[in-house]
Design a protein around this ligand. Structure first.
Ligand code: B12
Ligand code: SF4
Ligand code: SF4
Length: 377
């Protein structure tokens, strides 16, 4: 590669990132992430993984395997809104909640576009530059990269916490063959606080390693397909989680007072992030794509949202919803949806709903749904 003034190039990249409205940028060496190798193996071997992570640990820790010749990693963070919008609707409609990482436009699209513009800019400075962008779906741990690049520290809840915007930041990175001076990691500042650990409704946080047992975590369980156990159903329902969970971030003192509402793309609309559960249940595939297709919370499809909506209705116990639940129990072709409707009807604890369930039991053919009804009865 030709001789370049790398310090100048680094500063030009930082300047350009500001014009892209990237909130934080940091630089890290592309040495393998040996510091998390053991932790990742243990996490997997103990059965704590979600299954959505890259399975090949070497690919996870060695950036060379993704971009041969990589020398530096440019880590970026985009802050996202964390306060409920004040255009709320005051009605008696039963509603559920999408987590903040699903408010507004899908961050994968927004961040990838910014990284692509950053990569193009770098190529105008260094034509022989090679780059590879990753946002969430890449093999590297975005949090480990961001921590090494000094964007923030990893809190006990596992989240990357920035001084300026708290942990409500999306992360992404650009791997490159340029030799850019690395920034320094910042010190962990959790201190004696353990609020997230104590207030996690599932006791899913493993405090000493700043990791989460994903199998227990509600953020994970809201997006698993199929039947859930009673403890998880009750927790999803009582927290009204349609998708994801923000509890361990909302309780964090470093998020106190943060608003992060300046990116137009992420501006939340009340009706979308706190939707009517009845509407979610009646939604056609076409409407679902049209209304929710651009939200990151739609990637697991309509069915899991509908299952979660049914669980929440069981918590709310609005008598007006009984006909809808009965219709779903008797007519929906999907067993996990009928099962969730049965569970929800059971929660009403009324003679009327028990009768509906007993009638259904006589006709139901699916073993798991039958089990669900029998549990209730
Ligand atoms: C799989 C996945 C999930 C799974 C599993 C989450 C988990 N905790 O492992 C599920 C579906 C549950 C999930 C949920 C969420 N996720 Co997610 N998820 C991922 C994904 C794809 C991989 C994460 C992973 O590998 N987990 C395994 C653990 C062991 O690794 P890790 O969390 O990456 O990093 C840990 C280690 O590297 C270690 N570590 C790293 N450096 C160091 C240094 C030291 C000294 C130590 C001790 C440890 C250490 O600590 C880290 C924290 O656990 C990443 C994107 C990516 N490619 O990295 C997004 C990502 C982690 N998710 C993200 C978000 C926003 C969420 C949610 C907040 C969404 C929501 N509201 O529901 C929740 C948070 C749940 C939680 N408390 O972690 C963001 C996090 C941003 C941030 N500020 O930290 C990421 C980075 C996506 C992105 N690009 O923005 N997620
Ligand atoms: S996302 Fe929710 S369930 Fe998961 S660790 Fe945080 S508080 Fe616990
Ligand atoms: S709640 Fe406390 S322990 Fe948890 S991440 Fe925030 S500061 Fe750290």
């Amino acid at each position: 590669m030709k001789k370049y003034n790398w310090l100048k190039i680094k500063s030009e990249i930082v300047q350009f990132s500001k014009s892209l409205n990237i909130d934080k940028i940091g630089f890290a060496s592309a040495e393998p992430f040996y510091n998390i190798e053991e932790l990742l193996r243990e996490h997997r071997d103990r059965g704590y993984s979600s299954g959505f992570e890259e399975k090949d640990i070497m690919l996870r820790i060695d950036p060379q395997l993704s971009l041969p010749g990589v020398r530096s990693i440019i880590a970026v963070a985009l802050a996202y809104p964390c306060q409920e919008p004040n255009n709320f609707v005051l009605d008696k409609e039963p509603r559920g909640m999408f987590c903040r990482a699903s408010w507004g436009k899908d961050y994968h699209l927004v961040l990838r576009e910014k990284l692509s513009q950053l990569a193009n800019f770098i190529k105008t400075l260094v034509p022989e530059a090679a780059t590879l962008a990753m946002v969430d779906t890449g093999p590297l741990s975005d949090r480990a990269v961001a921590a090494r690049a000094g964007l923030g520290w990893i809190g006990k809840n596992g989240s990357l916490i920035t001084e300026e915007y708290g942990s409500f930041v999306y992360l992404g990175e650009l791997l490159t063959n340029l030799t850019l001076e690395p920034d320094h990691p910042v010190k962990k500042r959790c201190g004696t606080c353990s609020k997230c650990v104590n207030l996690c409704p599932m006791q899913a946080i493993i405090e000493d390693s700043s990791t989460v047992n994903c199998q227990k975590c509600l953020a994970f369980q809201t997006l698993t397909k199929g039947f859930l156990n009673d403890e998880i159903k009750n927790k999803i329902a009582s927290h009204r989680h349609l998708y994801g969970c923000d509890i361990c971030q909302l309780v964090c003192p470093f998020n106190k007072g943060k608003i992060n509402d300046w990116h137009a793309e992420f501006k939340p609309r009340y009706e979308l992030i706190n939707p009517s559960l009845k509407k979610i249940l009646k939604m056609s595939n076409k409407d679902f794509k049209k209304i929710y297709g651009q939200m990151s919370g739609s990637w697991r499809g309509k069915k899991i949202l509908q299952r979660n909506a049914l669980l929440i209705l069981g918590e709310i116990k609005d008598p007006d919803t009984i006909p809808l639940l009965t219709d779903i129990l008797n007519n929906d072709p999907r067993p996990e949806i009928r099962g969730a409707a049965a569970w929800a009807l059971g929660k009403y604890n009324l003679e009327e709903t028990f009768k509906i369930l007993a009638n259904r039991l006589e006709k139901e053919e699916d073993e798991q749904v039958k089990k669900e009804i029998n549990n209730v009865l």
